[in-house]
Design a protein around this ligand. Structure first.
Ligand code: HEM
Length: 417
């Protein structure tokens, strides 16, 4: 009855026939994109709860007899609420999971060449999604306004200020003036709960529309299946009900894992860090910012040179040029590895020695930069560590390229990629 009422007005039947019967190919690695999306959903739901109780202000208020910033006090109070702490932890663990899922998804796209023609645009949209996901994590970090958040954010402030020509302007735009100041927390709060989620939602919708239009790449086994079945168009399962049941079951499983982890493993305990104080604590950023932090540690402190209108400092090199260069290399990938025809199937990484070994070298380089964030603990001099980074990267490239080339020589070229 209700369905009929809506159907007469909105022609839901037509939509159902068109979209819900669409076929999606299946492969376990296709769940990585879904993992990123479902983590985002959990972040929005838990974020609404936190946003209702959080106070985006640095005015000093009394908390257990001490004067602390209101934002810090509100987070401590959330932790004291029944279910408050677990929801905060689910929010933070989901953020970790989303970043890990985006990275794993990007890696899968890279190694199976899914960025090739006609999916280059979705590769660029994906890179944008990655950048905004990192911005979400970065803006969220300051909000509790603990000793840890303020120190971590001030590193980013000095990096953004160090950029010649535009540094002053960008740091004023991001931090709403000098940092720390009373204006920064409201600015970060607005970005974190409004600008970033809306941008993510918009880009995810665009990502999915392009995916539906261009169709998903298929597992290589579908090639043989199609040939034996007389050239079917696409092999997979329909959106409704099969794909929906798979996705919902997967989401429930993810939620179960995140809640379990959040129950037992604390994250960002603001009560332990305390409110900001004049002393600077020794701190390391979360794992996803560790490569940038580690790379900064490898640059000699006195390495700086003048350019017209400004100065390039170690902060500019480590915090802006290094990630900018990596982003540029990723953006150029579809142009470096061009295909003459549309790519319908996932490529086999074992059959692509150059691109696969290039990817392996990139992963080792990033991991070694992350390890460099610990040189003080490992007691390794920066110059020595830089040599290790270069050596490990070249070794990863050379060894994987050599192994894959000899594998392909033995197997011949019977498989198209
Ligand atoms: C918030 C972040 C992201 C979400 C929620 C997301 C979601 C998805 C989903 C659900 C799919 C279909 C299933 C799959 O292939 O895994 C997909 C496909 C795709 N994604 Fe993403 N993605 C994100 C980030 C990225 C990034 C960082 C890249 C690469 C730079 C990327 C590039 C692509 C491409 C090229 C496809 C088509 C794959 C194919 O046809 O085989 N995405 N994405």
């Amino acid at each position: 009855m209700i369905f009929k009422w809506f159907n007469e007005r909105l022609e839901i039947d037509k939509f159902r026939a068109k979209f819900l019967s669409k076929t999606f190919p299946t492969h376990p690695t296709f769940l990585l994109g879904e993992m990123a999306f479902f983590s985002f959903v959990t972040l929005v739901v838990t974020g609404i709860f936190l946003g209702l109780l959080y106070e985006p202000s640095t005015k000093m208020v009394a908390l257990f007899g001490a004067m602390v910033p209101a934002s810090y006090a509100s987070v401590v109070k959330i932790d004291l609420l029944p279910m408050g702490m677990i929801i905060r932890r689910i929010h933070h663990w989901s953020a970790m999971l989303m970043i890990a899922a985006v990275l794993a998804h990007l890696t899968r796209i890279y190694f199976t060449s899914a960025y090739r023609r006609p999916r280059e645009i979705n590769w660029f949209v994906g890179l944008g999604l990655w950048g905004i996901t990192m911005l979400a994590a970065f803006t969220g970090y300051l909000l509790p306004y603990s000793q840890f958040s303020v120190t971590a954010t001030s590193i980013a402030y000095f990096i953004s200020k160090s950029v010649p020509w535009v540094g002053d302007w960008t740091s004023r735009l991001l931090f709403a003036g000098e940092f720390p100041s009373d204006a920064t927390v409201p600015r970060f709060f607005f970005m974190h709960v409004m600008l970033v989620p809306v941008a993510l939602l918009g880009l995810i919708s665009l990502h999915m529309l392009i995916l539906v239009k261009q169709k998903h790449t298929e597992p290589p086994s579908n090639r043989w299946l199609k040939e034996s079945e007389g050239g079917r168009k696409l092999i997979g399962i329909p959106v409704w009900p099969e794909q929906t049941v798979v996705s919902m079951s997967f989401y429930l499983f993810l939620l179960f894992v995140v809640v379990l982890i959040a129950t037992y493993i604390p994250l960002n305990p603001v009560e332990t860090y305390g409110p900001p104080s004049p002393g600077t604590p020794v701190m390391r950023p979360d794992w996803y910012f560790l490569p940038i932090y580690g790379f900064l540690k490898l640059i000699p402190g006195d390495l700086s040179f003048s350019v017209p209108g400004g100065k390039i400092t170690p902060e500019t090199i480590g915090g802006v040029i290094f990630p900018g260069f990596l982003a540029l290399v990723l953006a150029l990938i579809p142009f470096l590895d061009r295909a003459k025809q549309d790519q319908h199937y996932m490529a086999n990484p074992l059959r692509r020695p150059f691109m696969t070994s290039f990817g392996m070298a990139g992963i080792v380089f990033i991991c070694m930069d992350a390890v460099s964030g610990y040189i003080d603990v490992l007691h390794i001099a920066p110059a020595k560590m830089a040599v290790y980074v270069v050596f490990a990267t070249l070794a990863a490239w050379g060894v994987s390229f050599g192994l894959l080339r000899s594998y392909n020589r033995k197997r011949g070229s019977d498989v198209k990629t």
